[in-house]
Design a protein around this ligand. Sequence first.
Ligand code: MTE
Length: 326
Amino acid sequence: MLIRRLRGWEIPESQVTPEAVMLGRRAALSGTVAAITAAASPAQAQWLNLLGGGSDAPAKPRPALTAPNNPKFVAGRAITPEKNAITYNNFYEFGTSKSVSSAAQALNTDPWTIEITGMVDKPKKWAIEDLLKQVQLEERIYRHRCVETWAMTVPWTGFPLSKLVEMAQPKTGAKYVTFTTLADKKTMPGLGMRFYPWPYLEGVTMDEARNDLAFMVVGMYGKTLPPQNGAPLRIALPWKYGFKSAKSIVKIEFTDKRPVVFWEALQDSEYGFWANVNPEFPHPRWSQATETLLGSDERVATKLFNGYGEYVAGMYKGLTQERLFM
Ligand code: MTE
């Protein structure tokens, strides 16, 4: 995140608004940006779009999507107020600010197809509604920790990634699962920032994909996912930094080659493939020791593997040569 390769339209890092100020001023700002946008020239409007404030689209309706809560996953802290979780986002396809929720309403999720491909015995293009008929939905309350040191606690609705792996029947040589997300120039102004390596791509090992915690998400707070949080299908990998949790997935590929993921392709000295949360391993430009909970001023200590070590630590034993925490 916050990779500074300044182009003409970018502002220097010294002028970036601090997160807390941004959170407190969002309501006021969205009104202001809407007013400026109305009076903007096409070039100015595009600039505002890239910052994520250039659209004033009303929020799409989110039908109820309830599923039984899985009591195994206890967050141990208060659930983040929904309004914070759905208005403070990272979705670079719609702009680089956290206020992309309006711009993201342009995301067209109907129809939506997910292609299962690569080293599998059962490749298939699923219409999302058909895929959902094959799985049992459940609710899980997970902690989410962004590499930028903000965090939230969210009730996600979805199904285990392991179920999808089982349906795809991977060949024995498959070692990784990659997730490619939508890249639609017509609706995603961020794709105009050509130095980013679109499409947004993420990946995990087969072990990680089969881990109990890896969760395919189609809803939050008892409703379908809003566009800005990755409708209609995203992943949640709560022991890893949030950038691993790819949004608006269109392709899932099984491969024997480790993918170079989006942020790693952009800046591999700061972001890597594994990205497991570790408070003792600082980002090259900031500490990872603590985090701010969205919707509060509280700053709390970050935990190794975001507190999910009992589920995942075993997968990394012996990987001493790997950069596991970036
Ligand atoms: N997926 C896509 N396609 N594009 C993105 O920019 N940002 C990532 C991740 N998935 C991102 C993405 C980052 S950095 C984080 S922290 C989470 O989405 C944020 O998810 P949220 O907006 O639902 O909180």
